[in-house]
Structure formats: C-alpha cells, structure tokens
Ligand binder design. Sequence first.
Ligand code: PMP
Ligand code: GLN
Length: 384
Amino acid sequence: LSSKLPRVGTTIFTVMSKLATDLNALNLSQGFPNFPTDPALLDLVTKAMRAGHNQYAPMPGVPLLREAIARKTIDCYGVSYHPDTEVTVTTGATEGLYAAITTVVQPLDEVVVFEPAYDSYVPAIELAGGVPVYVTLTPANNYAIDWAVVREKITDRTRLVIINTPHNPTGRVWTRDDLDTLAGLIRDRDIFVVSDEVYEHILFDGRTHHSLMTHPVLQERTFVIGSFGKTFHTTGWKIGYCLAPKELTAEFRKVHQFVTFSVSTPMQYALAEYLQQPERYQSLPSFYEQKRDLFLAAIAPSRFTFIPTEGTFFQNVSYASITDEPDYDLAIRLTHEIGVASIPTSVFYEPNAARPKNDYKMLRFCFAKDDDTLLQAAERLCKL
Ligand code: PMP
Ligand code: GLN
C-alpha cells in the first residue's frame, strides 16, 4: 500500500501518554485534565440517557445544543449564528477541523499554516491534496506574527489560512491588530479561514479572546472551531462545533455527514443544559491562571527559562541552559529518569526544515493537573 501520509507516524500525544502510563510517570504531556469533571454535568448525561436520548442525533447536532451554542456565542462575542443553518456539532474539534479543511481545500491549493502548529492541520491539508505553506513563529519575539512574511506567502494559489488563538503550543493570543491585518491581506482574494478557538475561555492576565467572528470581513469567510473538551474538562467526550455562515455551513455539512454523520446524543443534551449557566465557562481563566502561576512559581528556581503563557493550559519552557540534546530525546529521557512526561515542541514544526537552533530547545508542559501533581513535577524538574 502506498502511504497517503508518508511523513506521519503515531501522534506524539499517544506516544508520550503511553510512555507516561507504562512508566507510571507524572503526565504533563498530552493536554487533558487529571481532575474530575463536574458531577452536575455527569448527572445530566445520566438524565439524558434515562430520558431515552440514546439513538442517532440529527446530523447537524441536537437542536437544543445548537441553540445553546448560538446563545453563548452572542453572549461572549455579540455575533449571531443561526442554530439551524450555521451551527454544526462535531466529534470534537478534530473532526470539525478535518471537515472544514477538506470542505475548502482542492488538490494543489495552498494553505498558510503558522508553525509551530497543532498536529492535525497538515495531515488534513495533505489528504485533501493541498500544499501547506509554513509561516514560522519564533520564540525570539515571543511568537509574534511577522506580517511581511505572511504577505509574501500569500499567492494566487492560496485558498485557506489556518489560525489558532489562543495558540497550542506557545500560548500566543492574537490581537485585534492581527485580525485587522489578516483581513486587509485577504479581503480582495478568494481565501477562506479556519480558526481553531478551542482555548477561547483560557486566557490570562486579563487578556481578551479576539474571535475571528468579531471581525466582519473575516466572519463571512471563516469556519470557527470550538470544543467542549477544553472548556468543561471532558476531553474524552469528543464534542466540538463549527460556526460558519450559511453557504459555508451547507458545504461543511456535506463533508461532516460522511465523516461521522452525527455525534453522541446524550452528551449533547447534557451540554445543552449545562451551558445555561455562563459562570461555568466564565470561571475558567482564573481557575487556570492559578494553576499556571503555581507551576511557574514552582519551576522558577530551575534552570528552565520561560515567558508566562498568555493562554491555553500549556507552558513552553526552554532547556537551552541545561542540555544540548534534541527535544524528543530529552522528553523521553525525562519520562524515564525523573518520571515527568512532556511534549517535545519540534513535532509542531515542518519536518526536515532548517530551523534556528533554539526553536527546538523547548518542551511543552500541560498544567491542567491537580496542584499536587504540578508541585511534584516541578520539584523533580528543579533537580536538573
Ligand atoms: N485544536 C487544538 C489547538 C488542540 O489543542 C486540540 C486538542 N487538545 C484540538 C484542536 C482537538 O480538540 P478535540 O479534543 O475537541 O478534538
Ligand atoms: N490537543 C491535545 C494536546 O495538544 C491532544 C489531543 C490529542 O491527543 N489528539 O495535547
């Protein structure tokens, strides 16, 4: 069989989490909470199952959930998406991203991707026959976007730009100026946007999430992708959604219906009811800011260096003053030797590309963990 993804192996998240489990290490690698989900949300799932909501949901999603998502979107961003024609429930953000990318990309279309990039974007582009065009963000200027480079990379073949704010793995948050600049670059071209906003509620130090939907020029050509996994500590439920104008949603649903058809029914009923109380997502920034601050204070005496992450539940740290070894080797070695698993950030870059040396000297730690786990991990990291 000739591989359709010759450069792809098993994702780093599966590799590192398995290693952490096998070695009984503290797992700060894959991004998922190790604390319990709100029992009130669990009770709502049981309630939905007992009420008989156990068969296929409608293809675009349970209407009550689509309405709840539309209401939340107005509350948070003042932007209105029609639940019937512009909101689609997906199997996590992963399926939403895959369906949106394959909806837009035709063979040989170019897609602008900011690297480091979450690992699912490029395979989706390549399976659609598209060509990723990388814009590299560097720690030298805290991953700010060099718009002159973006301008150079946009050509007549560009069909899509993929955005992720707050950004995994760097935590970088897009500014209003970033939105304006992107809009200026693509407004007169036939270019669409997929905006991965799964960390929309996890921003720190009083920052605001500038959803792409809040910019009118961008809104009309953007697929906004969200996920309840990050927001309600339910990464294993795989419930996400896609918001897009009617014409885009119609095409998106043609793909979605044959990738998965529909999404777990009782979970959708439960989330629809749980979303009625906005405090449940409004409390997330302070909840995770405390965890970030606890972890950073605890690793401050170590030889790792870092700039506090602006959003997401990830902290990138540089190990340049500790060792010269490749980040992948170091992540594996630390899991074996000190029982702390992390993600080597080189996996988020274009394979085999020449790269400034220090870009790779970074590990990503997930701080969506109970305080005890964070303190224990930090204590071990301080010994290096
Ligand atoms: N996008 C980003 C940036 C992510 O970090 C993740 C996973 N944590 C996803 C998408 C996938 O989300 P889901 O688990 O809802 O599929
Ligand atoms: N998004 C999660 C992370 O960045 C992992 C999701 C996955 O394992 N596919 O860690």
